[in-house]
Design a protein around this ligand. Sequence first.
Ligand code: SAH
Ligand code: SF4
Ligand code: F3S
Length: 458
Amino acid sequence: MSKNFDIKILDELKEKDNVKKHFYIETWGCQMNEEDSEKLSGMLKRVGYTKTENKEDAGIILFNTCCVRENAENKVFGNLGSLKHLKKENPDLIIGICGCMMQQEGMADKILKKFPYVNIVFGTHNAYKFPEYLNRVKTEGVQIKEIFNKETDIVEGLPIDRESNVKAFVTIMYGCNNFCTYCIVPYVRGRERSRKPEDILNEVRELVAQGYKEITLLGQNVNSYGKGLEEEVDFAKLLRMINEIEGLERVRFMTSHPKDLTHDVIMAIKECDKLCEQIHLPVQSGSNSILKKMNRHYTKEYYLDLIKKIKEEIPGVTLTTDIIVGFPGETEEDFQETLELVKEVGYSSAFTFIYSRRNNTPADMMLNQVSEEDKHHRFNRLIAAVNERVIAQNKAEEGNILEVLVEGNSKNDAEKLTGRTRTGRLVNFTGENVNVGELVNVKITRAQNFSLIGEVIK
Ligand code: SAH
Ligand code: SF4
Ligand code: F3S
């Protein structure tokens, strides 16, 4: 079920509180959180606030938190501590904390006890209520803690203030039902819920009308899109519908759980011109016994067979992944299997993680936890193995002509533009009369380890 956001509440707030003030927002975690932050910013802008990159200038400071690993949480605690002096200087400053970390049992109370100057605490399921909380803090001067422990109906129609004006994230489903034994996401994001196809299609059409060229469809497991909806629709069908939208140039998606990536989805990527030749397919481990303990529901052989099929059907496809080292019980032999798999697949990039114990997850209760020393030693060897293939792939692109979507100026070299290929490779390049949002052909003149250098050919 879904319901519409009541936009009137924002306009009423604006009238009541006609101030030009700045807000600062910091986001940790994955694209889900980034998208939520874009909605929080969208609501604040509609109320009349402007965004600042400077905490010192802000009348509102919002932290959107992640708890997928311990270090993500530690960063939040550190940052919260440093707000104390700002609040002292400006007692009117409103500090809000939200996101996945708040959904953990007892966390909100712990935060309020340790950092009593925090004004608003809310969770992932009620972010759309933020303007209401803000209003109450301002008018009643109360401290607010409201966290729903269960998912609600999907709320459509929130204003979004997007980071880029060329590419956009579009969430197609919320939550996760998989319960991988190491992972906290299903506990803090709730069960799987899919948006209606027409809501997704309308959002994409609107983005295209605004000039957006590329969209990335988001979900913890996009392959199970459509379950529970009245309409007969699955992910492959949704992809084909989106591919029909005129003016849209590129479509990507993440994340795909390998157990649910269907032949239909592979064929959709092969046959639909807008679907980019890049798949993010987290493997997590190359050892069958570890995969089993992780509750991933596939084997190394199944995964490698899937990769083989993908490579056969989609020539030139790039593959990216997530890998965890040091899961409980992982032996040196298990780890060697991960290294072998990495060498065999040849990822174009990989997010590599050291296993982090998460409270109340099954893996946290497992006995033979791996020592910190072994984890770090494996982590370094894993990165070296991943990079070897990444660097070789980039080198092999030298001399090729690749289509690049121009995103803006390069961060490291003001004279160059930057963008990505359909396969997701980062290219910094020179070219005249090139506009942001344009698709250009770039001749790759040189490969750096993790990016490509080139020049536009017209
Ligand atoms: N739904 C996505 C990703 C979710 S979280 C998927 O299933 O692929 C992103 C990544 O964080 C995971 O893929 C996993 O590699 C990593 N991760 C999750 N929990 C972790 C933990 N407890 N310790 C270390 N890495 C973890
Ligand atoms: Fe976590 Fe697994 Fe769900 Fe991904 S699929 S969010 S790793 S439980
Ligand atoms: Fe972190 Fe929540 Fe994403 S825990 S990884 S921000 S879903």
